[in-house]
Ligand binder design. Structure first.
Ligand code: AKG
Ligand code: FE2
Length: 490
């Protein structure tokens, strides 16, 4: 028996790690679109009526449509059911709306979908054409990802993978034993944060008309919360604002009167503080609906971070990063790590790669609940998904144990440095200079550590290329057993 209002779909979409024949119970597509494979069980296929457009694979058609304006999309969409379904794709309307003057002015009402918002349509003005004979994975895949339950991926965490939960830590304990490990503090500074109500309704009352950054747009909190409560994007727009302290006039710090929040004791040391006004961005307010989150990344400038969940809960999956460890399954990076490619949405990654990731050595997972704070060690890959509507604060910092890593990042990857003001031309030089004045002993330790590492690398390299000078005083090198003219590695 199938639950009412739902259909069994034959799943032709193939995701790694899942049987292409597996069937799932998911809601009926609002227009009736089905996965491509279903066309083989049907006598009828609307694609037959698209004329010359039939030549395009669906992927190309979708890209072509990205170049059209809203008027042309509407005209083209009224020519046949196949094109109607394609021209209704909400991702197209999202791009059109985000680039529109209306979105930039902030004076609009969120109407449940990007298309309705863009065209100012009320519910009774939305056309509903039955597209039962439109078969397309390109259209069906985002719908499947939006409606697939994430529970199988975020529950039953194997004990060996579970992120350690600790009540609280002192700064010394953190420095001595924990700065390289992810962990979740369950009782950070007891009842933190106390003097501020972080409830959405309370925030709306105080800050409803203030604009916050959500990816490429600045929207009032009112508009963002409307969006959050009634949208069904595969990758929901995520509020990630670095100016929230000033905008909300928050007071940070334990010793001031009525602080809005304070930094948990164990994360209290931040060597970027020596940069004062010139420090890179370090604090963000994060708000998003269930299923929103962050795709795989490492935090900027080799910093560590803490992430405090004030409302809701977050599932984290993390991987250590050492010279010998590969990036997480499904994530591909260029040699210098300046470019990262992975599936576009979190759900798509979970569907396709989670099973393999869970079995990968080093993988850790955990759920950080309301009132808890998670530690992201420098250099760790992480993907995060909100299990319910969530509000969080995150801060990035440089503990002494990662000073060497931060220095070598600033020195060796200047093109990947981010978050500094534009007029800071030489972040590495400036940081070295200020550290020399304020913490010369820590700087010395870190530079000695780096020198030792360099030495070690050089020794390994010399050994690998056989650059040891033998008794005869003649260096030798690898060859591939061809002839005398083989090139030597210098
Ligand atoms: O809450 C999230 O989405 C994760 C943010 C993040 O990546 C971090 O705090 O480092
Ligand atoms: Fe992060």
């Amino acid at each position: 028996m199938q639950p009412s209002g739902e259909v069994q779909v034959l799943e032709s979409l193939s995701f790694d790690g899942q049987s292409a024949e597996s069937s799932q119970s998911i809601p009926h597509h609002p227009l009736g679109v089905k996965p491509s494979g279903n066309q083989y069980a049907s006598l009828y296929n609307s694609k037959g009526f698209v004329g010359s457009f039939q030549l395009f694979p669906d992927e190309i058609l979708a890209i072509f449509l990205e170049y059209l304006d809203s008027c042309t999309l509407r005209y083209l969409g009224s020519t046949c059911k196949f094109l109607y379904a394609f021209c209704r794709s909400d991702d197209l309307w999202k791009s059109l709306f985000i680039e529109s003057a209306e979105s930039k002015s902030g004076s609009f009402k969120w109407r449940g979908t990007w298309r309705s918002t863009c065209l100012g349509l009320s519910d009774d003005q939305i056309s509903k054409v039955n597209c039962d004979y439109v078969f397309s994975d390109v259209l069906y895949r985002p719908f499947l990802c939006t409606h697939t339950s994430l529970e199988p991926y975020t529950t039953n965490i194997p004990a060996a993978n579970a992120i350690t939960k600790l009540e609280d830590l002192s700064l010394d304990e953190f420095s001595d034993r924990w700065s390289d490990k992810p962990f979740i503090l369950t009782k950070p500074n007891r009842d933190w944060p106390v003097y501020k109500s972080w409830d959405t309704n309370a925030l709306l009352q105080e800050y409803g008309n203030i604009q916050f950054r959500a990816e490429a747009v600045d929207w009032s909190l009112h508009t963002y919360v409307d969006y959050m409560n009634s949208s069904s994007d595969e990758s929901p727009l995520y509020l990630f604002d670095r100016g929230f302290i000033e905008k909300m006039q928050l007071i940070v710090g334990k010793h001031q009167p009525l602080p809005s929040y304070w930094i948990p004791e164990c994360f209290g040391e931040d060597l970027f503080a020596v940069l004062g006004e010139d420090r890179p961005d370090d604090k963000w307010l994060i708000v998003g609906p269930a299923r929103s989150g962050s795709t795989f990344h490492k935090d900027p400038n080799a910093t560590s971070a803490w992430n405090a969940v004030l409302r809701g809960s977050k599932y984290w999956i993390m991987f250590p990063s050492t010279a010998s460890s590969p990036p997480p399954p499904g994530v591909y990076v260029s040699e210098d790590e300046s470019e990262v490619t992975s599936p576009l949405s979190i759900a798509e990654w979970l569907l396709g790669f989670h099973a393999e990731a869970r079995k990968t050595p080093g993988c850790v997972e955990g759920i950080c609940r309301e009132g808890e704070v998670l530690h992201v060690p420098s250099g760790w890959w992480h993907l995060v998904v909100n299990l319910d509507a969530s509000i969080a604060i995150t801060q990035n910092f440089v503990p002494r144990s990662h000073l060497a890593g931060v220095l070598s990042f600033l020195k060796d990857k200047p093109d990947q440095i981010s978050g500094f003001k534009k007029d800071v031309a030489d972040a590495y030089g400036m940081f070295m200079e200020r550290m020399q004045i304020e913490h010369p002993e820590l700087l010395k330790q870190a530079t000695t550590e780096l020198e030792k590492k360099e030495e070690g690398k050089k020794r390994k390299w010399d050994a690998a290329i056989g650059n040891a000078v033998g008794d005869s005083g003649v260096s030798f090198s690898f060859g591939f057993g061809r002839d005398e003219s083989d090139e030597e590695i210098p």
